[in-house]
Design a binder for this molecule. Structure first.
Ligand code: ADP
Length: 327
């Protein structure tokens, strides 16, 4: 592709119709790989990136282990078919450099000390490239790490800012990246601490300050999209769990509810009856009846006991006597 004649139209909009402070549309899908502990598929404009996280798991060979902390490995790779001209497969200088700086972008946020001697592997694969792939990969990796349940101080969001035709623009498109005056990819934590910064081209000090303000806005927008993606994944997970529980326990709980209602109704009815009876009858009568009843019951019990005991005694005696006789 050749250099465009102009990068802005008469309304100040960019080649793809965006404002200078507007990022490309981003779509995030969480948990797309069943064999990974965490994963993410991210589309950002025409970029398509897949991220998979494996671990924490024991690091082999053991001599590479660190007894006080986990190590993080990060691989950035561009698929051979990700650009117009085929890329030679395998690592190269560019991908090795991007892998290193991207790993460092996560170092301050991952709580590696919780997993001594372990390794956390982050793989990012660029399936389709259209400028800003290292930042796209970092955004996808953050989600995959969160999906894997890796403890982090917060999410990392990344975006590039650059200068085109003397104007600062957020999230460079392909032509802006290729033919612009400067390209400044930045990653930052949700607290605004910068964990990655690189620069291609030239900016004045004032432009640099302004660019940092602009990229903060971009990272904040991306953070919101990342949060939303994670939220919708775990919301869906919760709902599924609740639905499953309801299906399993529904018949049981229905019975329980019915029993409870019956018991409560009975108690209420009995109390009401007692109250009504007590009001109709004289209190003295009730007491006399009760006394008589109790005496009768006691007498019956005594008689029964006596009757019960005697045969038992007799039986025992007989047994003993029989035993003695046998001996
Ligand atoms: P980023 O993708 O992070 O902006 P670069 O600035 O190095 O990284 O690359 C800008 C764009 O140039 C990439 O997104 C990709 O579209 C294209 N590109 C990078 N490397 C190659 C390559 N080896 N062959 C063809 N195109 C490439």
């Amino acid at each position: 592709m050749s250099k465009p004649e102009k990068f802005f139209d008469e309304n100040g909009l960019r080649l793809d119709g965006r404002r200078v402070d507007e990022i490309r549309p981003m779509k995030i899908e969480v948990g797309v790989l069943s064999r990974a502990d965490g994963s993410c598929y991210l589309e950002w404009g025409n970029n398509k990136v897949l991220a998979g996280v494996f671990g924490p798991r024991e690091l082999h060979p053991r001599r590479m282990q660190r007894p006080d902390t986990a190590i993080v490995r990060y691989r950035y790779n561009m698929a051979a078919f990700s650009v117009e001209d085929r890329i030679r497969p395998g690592p190269n200088r560019r991908s090795t450099e991007i892998s290193k700086v991207s790993r460092e972008a996560f170092e301050p946020v991952i709580l590696t000390h919780l997993y001594p001697s372990a390794v956390i592997d982050v793989f990012t694969e660029v399936l389709q490239a259209d400028a800003g792939t290292r930042t796209a990969a970092i955004n996808a990796a953050t989600i995959a790490l969160a999906d894997a349940g890796i403890p982090m101080k917060g999410l990392v969001s990344a975006c590039a800012v650059g200068k085109v035709d003397g104007k600062l623009v957020l999230d460079l498109g392909k032509d802006e990246d290729n033919y612009g005056d400067a390209d400044l990819p930045v990653a930052m934590t949700q607290d605004g601490d910068v964990t990655l910064i690189q620069m291609d081209g030239n900016l004045t000090q004032d432009e640099f300050k302004e660019a940092m303000e602009l990229v903060k806005v971009g990272c904040k927008q991306i953070l919101d999209i990342q949060r939303e993606a994670l939220k919708s994944k775990f919301d869906q997970f919760d709902t599924e769990e609740i639905e499953e529980e309801t299906v399993v326990e529904a018949p049981k709980s229905e019975v329980e509810i019915d029993e409870t209602v019956e018991v409560e109704t009975e108690v209420v009815v009995t109390e009401e009856e007692e109250v009504v009876e007590t009001e109709e009858e004289e209190v003295v009568d009730t007491e006399e009846e009760e006394v008589v009843d109790t005496e009768e019951v006691e007498e019956e019990v005594t008689a029964d006991d006596e009757n019960d005991e005697e045969p038992d005694k007799n039986t025992d005696d007989e047994d003993v006597e029989e035993g003695e006789t046998n001996e």
